[in-house]
Design a protein around this ligand. Structure first.
Ligand code: HEM
Length: 447
């Protein structure tokens, strides 16, 4: 099937001497092709126009996209700003650290990051908190015999992330509803009328923020609440220039958002790959039987190299965050070109993650790339999490929860004498933007 591009827009144009990809539609630009077929769009643009080209993101405007791996280094460049993220998604990401630069970013990040490092996660007992939740969920899958995988991993991740925040189990259904309404802000048209997504999404955000504000007050009053919020509140209160509760609340909301769909998508892809490649499943079962139980501490993860390789290779082939937007604050050299100050940039993580310049046989799923390597993991090996000052805060948490999940799945299913099997096609219905995910309809059987 051909890509969703506008057949009436075939003219080749230049903007600041850089080609504009033909085929944009009025209002939505290239978004239909970006959402449905990003890898092919990027490859075609590179083949026909070279390494630098403009893509039109509809309401977010045109972003100069560079598929030269040199663009990855922009994420560390002092003259490149993240503020464009707030302009693209003001309702959801406004006032959060992912859209800030320099001192403001550092201050907010420093107050949060310790809780997400292996030591912080171990001290807060996060692995022990997650293991029973994950085990119960995969046991339910075994009993049901087949599942719609992305819906299931989405639900499981929401449960994990809420338990991380210390949200009591009886409050989960209410949170669930509000969280789904909050997500409508991603696609809401800018019309603020009763009953429309913008109004509903804002109301949900206000409800969530009010609850989080109460959590913060409880944590200060040393109420009996577990989870990472306590650690973050005390780190915030210890920071030199005390940060306002509004900043803390916006960033806790960012953690809910950042840790949910990304990990749910990766978890679903893992199950899909295990179902369609029996040798992967066999290798995982062998490892799970050897370790015998779901690991709960970071120190135990070294015992699970197959599960770790599965996590890394799944993310390499199916990165959940495909593109990162930035703005050039000064004129920059990028590959062979000068980029004017003020240019809006798009850094295509997806393209690098599957690039032949960085990986041998990039389209093949190979655990051996990770199992046989002798050198430590470099920034480019985990580029799916970004790099530089904004590199993902959740990296160690994702690693822990995905290894826990793999081992729990293998132990549970193997004990019941069943294995995952793909019950539907994989290629149709994939999405690549704003985050990437497999089709909502893919079913996995356990038999
Ligand atoms: C497979 C799962 C995940 C992927 C692929 C992923 C990917 C990313 C990427 C690419 C960035 C960089 C954004 C940028 O440079 O603009 C990022 C930032 C971030 N991630 Fe993740 N993420 C994942 C899971 C998580 C989890 C579980 C959490 C927390 C619970 C989290 C919290 C954050 C936060 C707070 C930032 C902003 C950091 C900053 O701006 O300093 N992420 N993530």
């Amino acid at each position: 099937m051909d890509m969703l591009l506008n057949p009436l827009n075939r003219r080749h144009r230049l903007r600041y001497d850089i080609p504009v990809v033909p085929g944009a539609f009025p209002l939505v630009g290239h978004l239909p092709a970006i959402v449905g077929d990003l890898p092919r769009l990027l490859r075609r643009a590179e083949r026909t126009l070279g390494s630098h080209f403009w893509l039109d993101f509809g309401p977010a405007g045109q972003l100069m996209t560079c598929v030269d791996p040199a663009a990855f280094a922009l994420l560390r460049h002092k003259d490149v700003s993240s503020a464009l993220i707030e302009e693209i998604a003001p309702e959801l990401l406004g006032g959060t650290l992912v859209a800030q630069d320099g001192g403001a970013h550092r201050q907010a990040r420093d107050a949060i990051k310790a809780a997400f490092l292996p030591k912080g996660l171990t001290q807060a007992g996060i692995g022990d908190l997650f293991a029973p939740v994950i085990r119960a969920r995969v046991q339910a899958w075994r009993d049901r015999g087949d599942v719609t995988i992305l819906r299931e991993t989405g639900d499981l991740m929401l449960k994990l992330i809420f338990s991380l925040m210390g949200i009591p189990a009886q409050d989960l259904p209410g949170w669930h509803r509000k969280y789904r309404q909050l997500l409508q802000l991603i696609v809401a048209p800018p019309i603020d009328l009763p009953g429309l997504p913008l109004r509903r999404g804002r109301a949900a955000r206000d409800w969530i923020d009010a609850q989080l504000r109460q959590f913060v007050r409880d944590a200060r009053a040393h109420a009996a609440r577990t989870g990472l919020i306590n650690d973050m509140v005390s780190a915030f209160d210890r920071s030199d220039d005390a940060l306002s509760d509004d900043v803390l609340v916006a960033n806790i909301r960012l953690l809910l958002l950042g840790g949910h769909e990304t990990t749910a998508s990766t978890m679903a892809w893992m199950v899909i790959e295990l179902a369609r490649q029996p040798v992967l499943w066999d290798a995982l079962v062998e490892e799970a039987q050897r370790v015998g139980a779901v690991p709960t501490r970071h120190a135990d993860l070294a015992q699970c190299p197959v599960a770790e390789a599965l996590f890394r290779e799944t993310l390499r082939l199916h990165p959940a965050v495909t593109l990162l937007p930035r703005r050039a604050l000064q004129e920059l050299q990028l590959g062979q070109r000068r980029i004017p100050a003020g240019t809006h940039l798009c850094i295509p993580l997806l393209h690098f993650s599957t690039s032949a310049l960085l990986h041998e046989a990039p389209d093949q799923f190979r655990l051996a790339r990770w199992l046989q390597r002798t050198e430590p993991i470099r920034p480019v090996d985990m580029l799916q999490f970004g790099t530089g000052p904004h590199v993902c805060i959740g990296y160690h948490l994702v690693w822990l929860e995905l290894v826990q999940f793999c081992i729990a799945l293998a132990l549970t299913m193997h004990k019941a004498g069943v294995r995952p099997r793909l019950l539907s096609g994989v290629e149709k219905g994939r999405r690549y933007y704003p985050t990437a995910q497999p089709s909502m309809t893919i079913r996995i059987g356990f038999s």
